[in-house]
Ligand binder design. Sequence first.
Ligand code: ADP
Length: 396
Amino acid sequence: MKVLVINCGSSSLKYQLIDSETEKALAVGICERIGQEVSHLKHTPAGGEKIVIETSMKNHEVAIQMVLDALTDANHGVIKSLDEISAVGHRVVHGGEKFASSTIITEEVVNAIEECNDLAPLHNPANLIGIRACANLMKGVPMVAVFDTAFHQTMPPKAYLYGLPHEYYDHYKIRKYGFHGTSHSYVSKQAATFTGLDIENSKIIVCHLGNGASISAVLNGKSIDTSMGFTPLAGLVMGTRSGDIDPSIIDFIAKKENKSIDQIMNLLNKESGVQGMSEVSSDFRDINAAIIEGNQKALIAFDVFVYRVAKYIGGYVAAMNGVDTIAFTAGVGENDSKVRDEVCEYLGYLGITIDKEKNLVRGQEMMLSTPDSKVKVCVMPTNEELAIARETVALL
Ligand code: ADP
């Protein structure tokens, strides 16, 4: 069957039409600048040329109508009629404690997602707009919500509770939720198969290193800990996010620079991380180029990033009392051999050795560890859209 996968942001909408039998994308695309005067749709049919349509999309419903028109267009379309779309899978960022797995969307589910808006004010409302727009335009087509947080709902309280008075959990559900769950779930399963493990009896660490980055400890197929927290700001040093810092720094900067909490949160989310530290870029390609030119701030940003990754891996080896497989994924994890090499250097104590030639790989499945390495290390490309399509099909 054909599944339309929708990832709706506040002003953008990414989509893929996936054939669940072949697991191939028939078309991929994005609508950008929705709600602005000039919006555009970029649509690429499989094996075809990318087309760009500039127009005004005053809201997400208009954007989705344009996507449906593009999919059925006589020239660059990939299906004859909308009847060929059997289901829609929606990425939803926050499912709170309500959703421990994907779910078929009903009116009650929409209301329950809305109740989680508080926890992800930038993302959940946009996801809901996409859901409502599809429901209006594709009446009767079943829809599924796949949550970024759901995979991590198996974490035990000792992993998800913060050292705060318990009432903050009771009243506001302040706890670690974790994100990138669709990717951690998909990659851990793929990595288990790839490295010859029975997922039910396995210890896997997934390093999802993209612009946003998180690591998870997956014991017997279930997430038992992850580096992101109440929000995606926690954990690793990321492209522009600080990751873990001493919370007192917020108060200190507020007083020194007379800044509001909102301004400091913006600083921590958008001006920090590898970009803030290096004063070069959030992109590892630029960081690597700057290091070659001798830029010391780029080098220290790189070192801090790698060191934090290695420490989280060490922590998760302790949490699981061992590790069978470590998988690298997402933009940096799939492409940056220097990051992988240096992370693995820290892990020599685990008996990890990697093949430097194989580690030069980019964006494809690869076993990096040597046959005598005590832990398997691999590159496993993530595919969140395919994971959403699989979940959608499984539920229907
Ligand atoms: P997100 O989905 O969080 O936006 P991605 O997983 O797409 O991020 O990762 C994007 C990042 O991947 C870029 O910012 C860049 O740092 C890194 N990246 C992409 N290609 C390469 C490459 N060839 N070498 C090194 N890093 C790369």
